[in-house]
Design a protein around this ligand. Structure first.
Ligand SMILES: [Zn+2]
Length: 139
């Protein structure tokens, strides 16, 4: 018995058959692989930090960059927010919703598959919060 009677499957493009991609270069691998959880908008203003950018829901096109954010000196349940472009500081309740625009954070990530570690700067708005990370060697 020989398989000689079987005609070659020349009606299939080679790349569709498994095991024939040995010559195709693997796509450029980014430095590892991050699973992220996107931030939900609007977010409470208490999540913002200095240098974050946000907008108030009533003025979504007016982007504000935080110069400083601090607890109100007499009312501990309020925050005082100094923003570039705003003459007077904003006084807001920590749970008041804002539209986050840019929230850069540095994360210490540990590979889910090996002890590898890395430090990454991610934008919570653009990238989301890292949930799991797999390093370049493991991905
Ligand atoms: Zn790893």
């Amino acid at each position: 018995m020989t398989p000689a009677g079987i005609p070659p499957a020349d009606d299939q493009p080679p790349l569709d058959r498994p095991g024939t991609r040995t010559t195709a270069p693997s796509p450029p691998t980014p430095r590892g692989f991050v699973v992220t959880v996107p931030i939900t908008a609007p977010a409470p203003v208490a999540r913002l930090r200095t240098k974050d950018a946000f907008a108030l829901p009533e003025a979504p096109d007016d982007h504000l960059v935080i110069r400083s954010i601090q607890t109100h000196p007499t009312s501990g349940t309020r925050l005082i927010i100094n923003a570039h472009g705003k003459g007077a500081p904003l006084t807001m309740h920590p749970e008041e919703p804002v539209l986050p625009i840019r929230m850069l954070r540095t994360f210490e990530l540990t590979c889910a598959l090996c002890p590898g570690r890395a430090r990454r700067v991610l934008d919570l708005v653009l990238h989301g919060t890292p949930h799991a990370w797999v390093c370049q060697a493991c991905s």
